[in-house]
Ligand binder design. Sequence first.
Ligand code: GLN
Length: 535
Amino acid sequence: MSKYIFITGGVISSLGKGIASASIGKILESRGLKVALMKLDPYINVDPGTMNPYQHGEVYVTEDGAETDLDLGHYERFTSTFSSKFNNITTGQIYNSVISKERKGDYLGKTIQVIPHITDAIKERIRKCAEVSKADIVIVEIGGTVGDIESLPFLEASRQFRLDMGYDNVFYIHLTLVPYIKAAGEVKTKPTQHSVGTLREIGVIPDVLICRTEESLTDNVKEKISLFCNVRKEAVIESPDMSSIYQVPLVFKKQILDEIILSHFKLICKSSDLNDWEKNVVNRVLNPKHKVTIAVVGKYIELQDAYKSIYEALIHAGIYNDARVEIKRIDSESLEDTKIDQAFEGVSGVLVPGGFGYRGIEGKIKAIKFSRLNKVPFLGICLGMQCAVIEFARNACNLKTANSTEFKLTKYPVISLLEEQGKLKDMGGTMRLGAYPCKIKKNSLADQVYGKNLIYERHRHRYEFNNKFKKLFEKNGMLLSGVCPGRDLIEIVELKGHPYFIAVQFHPEFKSKPDKAHPLFSGFINAALQFETVA
Ligand code: GLN
């Protein structure tokens, strides 16, 4: 039978609950346990796929094509787990399932209520994840902050879970903020006390508190938190700000958080250390020999979370190449009327990520033209590939008005909708989603970086390379080096005679890990390290 850990957050959002959950997954996995991680999201959207990145940050895509919360990215990067549609639940999905059962008459005669019908549906989904994953421990992160109206049904379901499954089989962790107040010259525990108080009103008594702080907590502060919050002192875990998120599992391990959890569950596991993680990830990320600056040209650059997996994948490629990757975020819209060589000063590689809509496109195309002509290493992802195709059509194949039909009606629709997509009416969950195979051409750059001829990568897009233009592109020096077998969809394009110009229709960033950088990214950083920066 699986055991369950619920992780809640208090005081403020953005404390790093996802990273804490992933780190707990990591330390338990290192003890030989099979873990699964889940995120419960309180919003009413069925999934984040229809949300603007400004609202939600990146949409993380799983192998099976679920559009999910970006915390699932942390789970996959820190642990060896694979997430699927079973690992992310939203209020929208829960209400959808309850209402459709009600319409079918499954509850005939009853009044449908939050308790027990909504909470039952939540619990059923959590147990389903345990069943599908066959995990020893299911770690369930509850989105939002304690005290929010909308997360109440999830918290209530977590309270009932201990009643249903037995005290020993359920564990509660609360992540909170212990702020340092400069004027008073001390850290304050009151917000934590209130947050735990609110949680206790709901009936959830935390077994562990993880305290996010700027600095270490003194013994006195730990004692005070322990007394007022009714949590054993050794279960008050400090989590100070770190230079790298990949240090967090080590911080937890040092405070024997794994032992505290295992002793509650009465589980006896092999001992373990995180030496490999420390050596191959943490030490390398903290003390790199080289440095390289990469421009990420996108339209959501102000928002830290919008390209989360891309930024992480660049860090991983840095770890692989023993280099610190400095990221220069460039707003593509601003490039439209800037001197491009000024914007790229000191830059050794250009990455154009995915996106939707016309805003900022011309700036991306300008950046790609610059990389192509100046032989600056370039990696294009999804919309980044589509822009590379448009740029090549306009400036190397002389199709001046070439465009994607997502943006404009044109005589040269080099990127267009497949017929099957054209017929769709619903926006949610209808893109080409999840893992598809891709066959790689021999002796291409893709062949060189991947070192195999069949790969699987995750997709999230509606538009595709228009095969009517294949011959013309090839004639002008573009190599169409990756194709989805059976469907003849172009997945990878590259340029002959350029040191590293490659663009892909899929999202390689979702499969990169700190100790296993994605080959397209490690190849890119390697090429950037060899490139003399743009003067
Ligand atoms: N907007 C493009 C499409 O739908 C690209 C999507 C993306 O970059 N994820 O095809």
